[in-house]
Design a protein around this ligand. Structure first.
Ligand code: PAF
Length: 287
């Protein structure tokens, strides 16, 4: 496995892979890898000749009061873990390498970014699209792997890929959970012992709402059941809990087939997100 820090080094490796006719699977990350990231790389490794993983804590997707400087980082540990799941190239650039100049040209996420996480994190998805577009151009992957945990992010990137004709396909990998249901996240390290005991209630609430929705199809009732469960079983506060059609992220109507039930909850000072995606006919579910 090679670890490179510059765009020049990455371009050389990518161009050698392309000349050799190899397919490239790409796993973009901000590092501090957990099993969720490793599942992305495992899928990428199964489906491609070469796996490139980026490890870059992207400053442009953090708000001024968010945790950019304290976001957990551990490149040596990440490198060792990535090697175990078939990553061939790690691209770990500095901020200066990724953003040497500012020509004032930005990508703006549209309507899908105004709700859910986008409502309380203005500009977040613009920053995500900025870095992801740059990384797609640098890595030139056949397939790019994203976790369902960031379902809104996936939907917005999917729109960018479609609208701007990026020549690649996205692969969505289901959420990896702890045994008690808590979705794996780099931010779980922030949870106190008490927070950690409360956090699994988020997934339990989503499951209850999922079951209710399949039984009655009543959006308001399903959302109310999940909210009540979180309020009863945690000391946290709900940032949002919404049921929307997926991946367009609009209100559910008679024609909706697939839905996203997504939530963000502050447990202590940690903001946890989680979701379930399912067909209203009960055929297919990522719960
Ligand atoms: O999901 C993440 O970790 C980040 O938003 C991403 C896609 C790596 C862009 O910085």
């Amino acid at each position: 496995m090679k670890v490179v820090h510059t765009i020049a080094e990455l371009k050389e490796l990518v161009s050698a892979a392309k000349i050799a006719g190899k397919s490239i699977g790409f796993v973009p990350t901000m590092g501090y890898l957990h099993e969720g990231h490793l599942a992305l790389a495992t899928n990428a490794s199964r489906e491609n000749d070469i796996v490139v993983m980026s490890i870059f804590v992207n400053p442009t997707q953090f708000g001024p009061t968010e945790d950019f400087s304290s976001y957990p980082r551990d490149l040596p540990h990440d490198t060792a873990l990535a090697e175990t799941v078939g990553v061939d190239i790690i691209f770990a650039p500095s901020v200066e390498e990724m953003y040497p100049t500012d020509g004032g040209i930005y990508i703006r996420a549209g309507r899908q970014a105004e709700i859910l996480c986008g409502a309380t994190r203005p500009g977040h998805f613009d920053g995500v699209l900025q870095v992801v577009a740059k990384l797609f151009n640098l890595v030139q992957p056949n397939y790019a792997y994203f976790g369902q945990k960031d379902a809104q992010q996936v939907a917005i990137i999917q729109t960018m890929v479609r609208d701007y004709n990026f020549p690649l396909e996205l692969r969505i990998v289901p959420i990896v959970r702890e045994e008690d249901g808590l979705a794996k996240s780099s931010r779980n390290v922030y949870l106190s012992a008490q927070d950690r005991t409360e956090a699994p209630a988020i997934h339990a609430a989503l499951r209850l709402a999922h079951d209710q929705m399949l039984k009655t199809g009543n959006v308001g009732q399903a959302v109310a059941i999940a909210s009540a469960y979180i309020e009863e079983h945690t000391s946290g506060s709900i940032d949002y809990l919404q049921l929307l059609s997926y991946p367009d992220l609009s209100a559910i109507n008679d024609k909706t087939e697939q839905v996203l039930l997504a939530t963000a909850v502050y447990i202590g000072k940690t903001r946890l997100i989680d979701n379930v995606i399912f067909s209203l006919k009960g055929e297919k579910a990522y719960v």
